[in-house]
Design a protein around this ligand. Structure first.
Ligand SMILES: *[C@@H]1O[C@H](CO)[C@@H](O)[C@H](O)[C@H]1NC(C)=O
Ligand SMILES: *[C@@H]1O[C@H](CO)[C@@H](O)[C@H](O)[C@H]1NC(C)=O
Length: 232
């Protein structure tokens, strides 16, 4: 009885070791500010009904050093995007929290791209439906819109905020006060907030500090003055 029990545990241990030996090391969650995205990708176009909250750009399985895993379904065919798994309920949630902002690209096409390029690389740990659900769940838990609002950082056509004020508000989303990465876009002299990125451990259990990436520098908000706009 006792030895059987031990054997059973050894098998359990072995399989959990196998499961945690995934092909990525952590996750990066990228949240986009829709108005800024539209200014970049469809300049001059008037977009109606753009969400006035951060939406998900992607949840990317990533490695601490390059390269990151990408396009894993190309190798592991069983991990190709399966549209039949996108239930009406899930689609309803994603239409709000993870819409395609690219003119001419449907939401389903956007989800397909994101899954094929990124999500399929964490499919051993998060199967397709779970991956999309988890992305929404961690985003809602962060509640970046709520944290910004609490300190009076409100999207506005011209109002400006400092990088440090935005960072400090978002640090409150996690007990250890890890900072987000902020990406900006320089729109003819106006600095627009473009993306907020936070990193999570490989199981999506906790926030970890995002490793500093010097080559991402071009898009990072560097301004020290009160000059960042979150445009409506
Ligand atoms: C990412 O890291 C994991 C774990 O260290 C490794 O097994 C994998 O090969 C790496 N992926 C790439 C694309 O190098
Ligand atoms: C660093 O940032 C660049 C530019 O955004 C990106 O292409 C590259 O994959 C990133 N590297 C890592 C290790 O995150």
């Amino acid at each position: 009885m006792n030895s059987l029990f031990i054997v059973f545990h050894v098998i359990l241990l072995a399989s959990s070791v196998h499961l945690t030996n995934a092909s990525y090391e952590y996750f990066k969650l990228a949240l986009v500010w829709p108005t800024t995205f539209t200014r970049i990708h469809a300049p001059g176009r008037m977009m109606t009904n753009l969400p006035q909250h951060f939406t998900i750009h992607g949840l990317w399985p990533t490695n601490f050093s390059l390269p990151w895993p990408e396009n894993c379904a190309q190798i592991e065919k069983k991990h190709h995007f399966d549209q039949t798994l996108m239930t009406a309920t899930l689609q309803g949630v994603l239409n709000r929290d993870w819409p395609s902002l690219q003119p001419g690209k449907s939401n389903m096409e956007f989800w397909t791209d994101q899954w094929e390029k990124h999500g399929s690389c964490s499919a051993e740990r998060f199967a397709q439906s779970k991956y999309f659900e988890e992305a929404v769940s961690i985003t809602r838990k962060l509640d970046i819109d709520g944290e910004l609002k609490k300190v009076g950082i409100i999207p506005h056509r011209t109002k400006t905020y400092s990088r440090i004020a935005i960072v400090n508000a978002i640090k409150k989303t996690n007990t250890r006060q890890f900072e987000p990465e902020l990406l900006c876009f320089n729109d003819k002299g106006n600095v627009l907030l473009r993306e907020i990125r936070m990193c999570f451990d490989a199981d999506l259990d906790e926030i970890i500090p995002c490793p500093i990436n010097k080559s991402a520098g071009v898009n990072l908000c560097k301004t020290k003055s009160n000059s960042i706009i979150i445009p409506v």
